[in-house]
Design a protein around this ligand. Sequence first.
Ligand code: URP
Ligand code: ZN
Ligand code: ZN
Length: 461
Amino acid sequence: MKTLIQNGTLVTAEATFAADLLVENDKIAGIGHALPTQGVDRVIDASGKLVIPGGIDPHVHLDMPFMGTYSSDDYTTGTRAALFGGTTMVIDFILQTQGDTLYNALRTWQKKSEGKAVGDYSYHMAVTDFNPDVAKEVVAMIEKEGISSFKTFMAYKGALMIDDGQMMNLMRVVRDHGGLVTVHATNGDMIDALIARHKREGKLSPLYHYLSQPEITEAEASGRFADLLYYTGCPGYIVHMTCEGALNAVRRATLRNQRVLVETCTQYLVLDASLYEKGFEAAKWVMSPPLRQPKDQEALWAGLNQGLVQVVGTDHCPFMWEQKKMGETDFSKIPNGHPAIEHRVELLFSEGVAKNRITLNKFVEASSTRAAQIFGMHPRKGTLSVGADADIVIFNPETKHKISAATHHMRCDYSAYEGMELTGKTETVLLRGELAIHNNECLIQPGYGQFIHRGKTQHLG
Ligand code: URP
Ligand code: ZN
Ligand code: ZN
């Protein structure tokens, strides 16, 4: 099967140029001017459109047990919604149950995903209980299972959090085998004490979720994580960074020639904490860490351009409104997370490129290429080059549209971005050469999505 994408503007992390692109079966087979149509089965005219590598969202939670319930998108609905928005691959989080093995957790997540994913996927392994037996499993994950990134939590004590001693020992093993330690970097003990104080004082609305996680809790933990990495010599990546204080901790680490990788998420770039003044409706934006201030958004946009922030994910972790209502009388029982997997690429283009905050190339780098490099999939994923998987998005930079729960494809009965007007829309998506999204329809079935066996960490500089 040969598909020719004609007359588009190709954009990679490095360059923007007019060219045709030939897909043969599941791979990119040619890039050039006026490529011949002879023997081609399908021609797509991309005049006036951008042709970009399929987006990679390295931070999603599908069908995840959390806070007494499960995130509402599963592998079918979540990866399909991602495709509609131009994300062809996601990396989900396996959660080790404390006291249990990594392999048992892996098997649980394989059952959730195999035969069900529409788009491609991989897993990070969250290590919630580290000991010498788990250390051996960490090595097997990297060397045998293609899972080379290990998530840690410095918060959610009693469920997911590990202490600094466990963190240090995990870092040593991961360092020795070419993996990467990633982290939810907030000071769990401080947050728990602030939650308890607010509850004692009868302050129970969602606003107090925000007030229980001040910027300093994230700045402190980010700095501590950087110190532990420095001491152990392990590469590390901070997920869902929200604020100037945390970014400054990473900036400080550069003074000793240390590189700590950083991901932010679209919500922290485009939404702010004024939403917590909306009474219980604010439960839609109860996530951890919480939304911050406009000065933090500015710091994050600048951080992208300064090369301090490499990746933009979503931390997609949706809950239906009925689930959010579990915390109607106590903010600490509102399941944390919001629906976003579908909007990441379009939001980053609209708020970033169309508003002149970032270049087109930075947009591709942050939404696809750097994730592929950092998480050991480049150049198979994350770029437009001959031999790469034909994961391709044809994007119309002029189309104006509005986000709404009435039209989104995520399994969530509200939108955290309702009514927001965007410039730029994903029109057509190819996943490993198959036409996946076209004319607002998904043309591939559950089970088409493949587990992507990842290599060791690459290109950290
Ligand atoms: O609020 C969030 N972020 N929910 C998902 C779990 C996590 O901490 O990433
Ligand atoms: Zn987190
Ligand atoms: Zn998360």
